[in-house]
Design a protein around this ligand. Structure first.
Ligand SMILES: Nc1nc2c(c(=O)[nH]1)N[C@H]1C(S)=C(S)[C@@H](COP(=O)(O)OP(=O)(O)OC[C@H]3O[C@@H](n4cnc5c(=O)[nH]c(N)nc54)[C@H](O)[C@@H]3O)O[C@H]1N2
Ligand SMILES: Nc1nc2c(c(=O)[nH]1)N[C@H]1C(S)=C(S)[C@@H](COP(=O)(O)OP(=O)(O)OC[C@H]3O[C@@H](n4cnc5c(=O)[nH]c(N)nc54)[C@H](O)[C@@H]3O)O[C@H]1N2
Ligand SMILES: [Mo]
Length: 735
């Protein structure tokens, strides 16, 4: 497949047009213009400024991803006859794309124990069965998971219900995503959220973008990067893979960029997968060797500097170069650019967090920022580039195993309730407990817990061991086919632009947006809040301190959140005032770090083991241009020029060294599994490293986690690649 010469541009516009004509122009236009927060990534768009407008007021910010997400919800309904036609085995035979294109789920369906088919049930039965199963399981054998699409209101209700039910086994997809950023930053600067607001990016003269592919995954960030370059600033990209859109991107809403393309990276560094800690330490070492650190800032506002200095001194340049895979010259060059810049933002995504040393990676990024006083003030800072559109909000309102002390105290005092004291479980801990047979019930508020897990066979076993599994979903995904309990229910929900009452979402810049909702497109689905409130009423005792009937009102939930969640005070009355807001305190200013000592902390984590055997390659599992997480919209990956997904992208040097050829079939093996008949594709990726598509490649990812953040190592999996014998025979025969 031919690769375009830049990311974005007419291809993106054309794609969006195609989607609009498929679902109907007027329907799409109305949906895109409605006052609802964009459903895709956490850059955040829409809300009260109207669809396609960001908090900086840019309009119209076209993004093919929001068209994709919208088109998904504008699909027709899955007819009742579908459930008779498709038994579970037939569902399993459908690809992620086919499942997604089945349409919207519009009636509750039940797969009874031992049954071969889901069957439609009415809401009363669905909720009654769910409540009975939850009560029978009890709080110690139940867990609750939320993906990052749901509203703050629904998330808050989910976690409140879980605590009143008596469990802390409640968490969100962050544990498979940016948890390492939260833990790492928390340990360094006292807050787990990013410190940058969108406006700060207008003053940035150097953006260091590490382990992120915003051209596909956060397209609206590309404008900010382009503008930095236009102002004469620099963008250093650190990525083992040469991502086309990070080299050159055509911003659809900017005529000059659309016509001529915009160079994004001013320097493109390709380290080894997992080599970032060594690289970042190397940059710090060079800064220190040249005495370019900000000594006044370090003395006044930080602790632990000597630990970092000792680590930098004790680590040889040889080790740094070998482990990072970056030359000494390049490291000195980045360090010099860093030392010369005034306002630097360091941004990162899954290339940093999806490692067994993900938290240490983040601490090393924070170290570098602290070294030159780039945190604690406006115009510069650290910026985890968040995934789902409301994953940050779900964390803020407490969909986490442990509540922050201030919130916990307020919940207990103001509601007169006791929060369970037993430790909560993160997502993988819940899966493991299920595997040990210690869980009977789970409720998933959106997402695809099965498909997003490492080690898919293990994940399937975990879920199969649950007695009752309940999904609250909009469309079908692989979880509904493979991630089944003995009994499984799917409850259809309304996406945010079909909610009858307004909802709120929080962006990665800690900006809380309000979505007005809108008319429901189908009769069957219900709002997430109303389902959870009914479930709470049916499961919790009559003398429960919280009136869940009253909490069917989103405004009542917001009033409660305003009262209980520090920083969210402005939530009360947001629907009347329409005043969206930044959560105060997140953009750390005046060097007031919210740590116990008021100072930021340097860390000196040891570099990860560098123990790859000669024939072992480091696999990263990533998203294509045509998917959103476990949902595949299109088989092709436009910018990487791949027309199919069963491929392994390899450096040409590795292909030759291993005696392989382009398009040859290989088997890829790891500690946890094997994938066969995979096609080799030569690609510009740092030699020694290979890339495959998530979620198909999840069978290869072992279910191990970073000990600090509990995030699985979806990147940096040791694999071996061998030619398929079959293919050889075929070749001989055809020769
Ligand atoms: N269209 C679309 N948008 C999305 C999503 C989607 O699936 N589709 N998902 C959303 C979610 S939940 C998230 S979390 C984000 C994910 O956004 P990204 O983090 O951009 O997504 P990944 O595909 O995981 O890509 C990670 C990037 O890191 C690089 N990388 C991998 N390993 C390493 C490493 O060791 N070091 C360095 N320096 N780089 C590395 C890869 O080459 C790749 O370019 O996107 C969000 N937005
Ligand atoms: N190998 C590998 N694995 C990974 C990753 C990787 O890079 N590599 N990335 C990880 C990351 S970063 C993440 S965030 C997870 C993603 O994990 P999840 O967030 O659990 O999964 P998604 O695929 O985003 O979930 C998609 C489903 O959400 C439902 N949905 C959509 N809109 C709504 C809504 O408004 N409400 C409700 N209730 N449901 C809705 C639809 O049914 C849709 O099928 O995967 C992780 N897994
Ligand atoms: Mo994510």
């Amino acid at each position: 497949m031919k690769r375009p010469r830049s990311g974005g541009g007419w291809k993106a516009i054309g794609y969006s047009m195609k989607l609009a004509s498929r679902v109907g122009w007027w329907k799409m236009w109305k949906a895109m213009r409605s006052k609802n927060a964009c459903k895709t990534c956490a850059v955040g768009m829409g809300g009260q400024l109207g669809g396609m407008v960001n908090e900086g007021g840019y309009f119209p910010e076209v993004c093919k991803k929001s068209f994709q997400a919208m088109a998904s919800d504008l699909q027709g309904a899955i007819p009742s006859s579908f459930w008779q036609q498709y038994d579970v085995n037939k569902l399993k035979a459908l690809t992620s794309r086919q499942l997604e294109h089945c349409g919207r789920i519009v009636e509750p369906v039940l797969l009874e124990k031992g049954a071969s088919h889901f069957r439609p049930v009415d809401w009363d039965e669905a909720l009654q069965r769910t409540a009975e199963a939850m009560k029978a399981a009890g709080p110690q054998r139940s867990f609750f998971y939320a993906s990052g699409r749901s509203s703050n209101e629904a998330g808050f209700l989910l976690q409140l219900m879980s605590r009143l039910f008596g469990t802390n086994y409640v968490n969100n997809c962050s544990y498979y995503c940016h948890q390492a950023s939260g833990v790492g930053l928390g340990s360094s600067i006292g807050t787990g959220a990013g410190t940058v607001q969108l406006e700060d990016l207008q003053h940035t003269d150097l953006y260091i973008l590490i382990g992120a592919n915003p051209s596909s995954n956060h397209p609206r960030l590309m404008r900010a990067l382009m503008e930095i370059r236009r102002r004469g600033g620099k963008v250093i990209v650190v990525n083992p893979v040469k991502e086309l859109g990070l080299v050159n991107f055509r911003i659809p809403s900017d005529v000059r960029s659309l016509l001529f393309g915009s160079e994004i990276a001013s320097s493109y560094i390709q380290p080894h997968v997992g080599g970032d800690m060594a690289l970042l330490l190397g940059i710090a070492k060079a800064v220190l060797e040249n005495n370019n650190q900000d000594t006044a800032f370090i003395q006044q506002h930080t602790e632990g500097f000597e630990d970092l200095r000792s680590l930098a001194e004790a680590t040889s340049w040889d080790d740094i170069v070998t482990q990072s895979g970056v030359t000494l010259e390049q490291i000195h060059d980045i360090a010099a650019q860093y030392a010369a810049a005034k306002n630097v933002v360091l941004g990162w995504c899954m290339g940093i967090t999806h490692h067994l040393h993900g938290t240490n990676n983040v601490q090393m990024i924070a170290n570098l920022a602290l070294l030159r006083g780039m945190v604690g003030r406006r115009k510069a800072g650290v910026m985890p580039i968040r995934g789902h559109s409301n994953v940050q909000g779900l964390g803020s309102v407490g969909v986490t195993p442990a509540l922050k002390t201030a919130m916990l105290n307020r919940l207990e005092e103001r509601l007169g309730i006791k929060i369970p004291t037993n430790p909560g479980y993160d997502t993988m801990a819940c899966m493991e407990a299920a595997h040990r047979g210690e869980m009977d019930f789970s409720l998933c508020l959106g997402g695809n817990l099965y498909g997003s897990n490492p080690d898919l066979h293990y994940a399937e076993e975990c879920m199969n061991r649950l007695k009752t599994l309940v999904y609250m979903s909009t469309t079908l995904n692989t979880g509904h086919a493979f991630g089944l309990g003995e009994e499984t229910l799917i409850l259809p929900v309304l996406p945010r632009d079909e909610e009858q009452q307004a909802t709120t979402q929080e962006s990665m810049f800690s900006f809380v947006r309000m979505s007005d909702g809108g008319p429901a497109r189908f009769e069957g689905p219900r709002s997430e809040v109303s389902i959870l409130a009914d479930l709470a009423r049916k499961t919790l005792s009559d003398d429960c301190a919280v009136d869940f009937e009253e909490l069917k009102s989103h405004a009542a939930i917001r009033a409660l959140i305003a009262d209980l969640v520090p920083g969210y005070e402005n939530m009360a009355g947001i629907n009347e005032s329409k005043s969206e807001f930044h959560v105060p305190g997140r953009a750390v200013t005046d060097y007031k770090f919210p740590t116990d000592s008021g100072k930021a902390r340097f860390h000196a984590p040891p570099l990860p083991a560098h123990d790859y055997g000669e024939n072992e390659l480091r696999l990263i599992t990533v998203r294509s241009e045509g998917q959103f997480n476990s949902v595949v919209y299109d088989e092709e990956d436009l910018y990487r020029g791949q027309e199919r997904r069963d491929v392994i992208l390899m450096n040409a040097e590795d292909v030759r060294r291993m005696g392989l050829q382009n398009d040859q079939q290989v088997r890829v093996k790891s500690e946890s599994g094997e994938l066969r008949m995979i096609l080799v594709r030569e690609y510009d990726i740092r030699a020694g490293n290979v890339m495959m598509y998530y979620p198909e490649a999840n069978v290869l990812v072992p279910h191990k986690v970073d000990p600090l953040s509990k995030t699985p190592g979806f990147k940096g999996v040791k694999v071996t690649v061998k030619a398929e014998q079959l293919a050889r025979i075929e070749q001989v025969v055809t020769a």
